[in-house]
Structures are given as structure tokens and as C-alpha cells.
Ligand binder design. Structure first.
Ligand SMILES: [Zn+2]
Length: 193
């Protein structure tokens, strides 16, 4: 999240972070910088505080709207959605300064779970360990650093890094097709990182 795209699915569909949201985020940061330069107790500072609060609300609303739309889009395609079980608290701490967007992942999962529950659909959190290192075709470990964006394995598998991870997430929820004939239609979702 916040690097290339919001999410990638196991059939390699990408959901990008909307541009309008990025713009609102940049505006918020600019307003916050302006506020920090205003004198305490001044009228200009009071006005600036109001502007920041308004911009905050706008970003929060746009983010929520984007999360709703993305959740509905996912649930239109699949009745079972698998995703990595992420430690949101640890994640938010480690990425605190990086982007406001990062904090949105927890909210997105909440919305996805609520929408799925009301439709009678299922959301499954799977063990995230090694989802990007493992080959989704043969199960071999293919070590990668964060900058390695492509998965290519000796078995011939060749996938975008996040696409490979999403396939692994799907198989962790539904079983691997080579090992288990599964009739469950599950869509894996990988965080892009
Ligand atoms: Zn392989």
C-alpha cells in the first residue's frame, strides 16, 4: 500500500489509489505546514486550524468512499475473499511517517468484513509469512528483497511480485490446486509493497 497500488488480486487485477485522494492528501500536508508557521493565539492561526480540520475531514471521507467502493468491487467478483492477516498496530507504528494512506488498511478490512457479513460472504485472513517469497506454482522458496518486483522460479513460474503473493494467499485459504481439487472460488488479495 502506498507504493505502487492499493491492492493486487490473485488474477492480477490492480486497484490503484485514486488520484483525487492523493491530491487531497498533498493539500492537507501543505496546510499543516502552513499552520505550523502561524503565531500562537493569532487569528490567522485560528483560521488555519479550521482549514486543516476541513481538509482532514475531506481526506477521511474520500478514503472511506474509496474503501467502500473497493470492497463492493471485490465482493462482486468473489463470495470468499482471502487476505494477509496483518498486524495493523505494528504496521501503523513502523510506517507512521510514510503516508496517511497506510493507516487506511485497517479501515478497509473492517468495511470489507462488514459488507461481506451482510451479504453472507466470507473474508478469510491467512498467515502472511513468506507470501512473497514462496512460488505460487511449485511452493519453492525464492528469496527477494523489497526492491525485487518480479517473481521468477526455476519451475518456470513468472509473475509480478504482488500477483504471486496474491496467488499464495488464495491457496492458503482454499488449498493449492495441485495438492487439492477445490471448487471454492476464492480471491486472494495482496498488499502492494
Ligand atoms: Zn516454482
Amino acid at each position: 500500500m502506498g507504493l505502487k497500488s492499493f491492492l493486487v488480486t490473485s488474477d492480477n487485477q490492480t486497484v490503484k489509489i485514486p488520484q483525487y485522494y492523493r491530491q487531497a492528501e498533498r493539500r492537507l500536508k501543505r496546510l499543516q505546514r502552513q499552520l505550523s508557521r502561524k503565531k500562537k493565539g493569532s487569528n490567522r492561526r485560528k483560521k488555519s486550524i479550521k482549514r486543516v480540520a476541513k481538509a482532514h475531514l475531506k481526506v477521511a471521507n474520500q478514503r472511506k468512499d474509496f474503501h467502500y467502493k473497493t470492497a463492493i468491487w471485490l465482493l462482486h467478483q468473489s463470495q470468499v475473499i482471502a487476505h494477509e492477516n496483518l498486524n495493523i498496530k505494528g504496521l501503523a507504528k513502523s510506517m507512521l511517517a510514510k503516508s496517511i494512506t497506510d493507516a487506511g488498511w485497517g479501515q478497509f478490512l473492517q468495511i470489507l468484513n462488514a459488507k461481506a457479513a451482510s451479504a453472507g460472504y466470507l473474508v478469510v485472513a491467512v498467515n502472511p509469512n513468506g507470501t512473497s517469497q514462496e512460488c505460487s506454482d511449485c511452493g519453492a522458496t525464492v528469496p527477494k528483497v523489497l526492491a525485487d518486483r518480479w517473481h521468477s522460479c526455476q519451475c518456470g513460474a513468472s509473475y509480478d511480485r504482488d500477483h504471486n503473493a496474491a496467488r499464495n494467499i488464495k491457496y492458503r485459504a482454499a488449498g493449492h490446486p495441485v495438492l487439492l481439487q477445490s471448487s471454492v472460488n476464492v480471491r486472494g488479495v495482496a498488499r502492494s509493497r
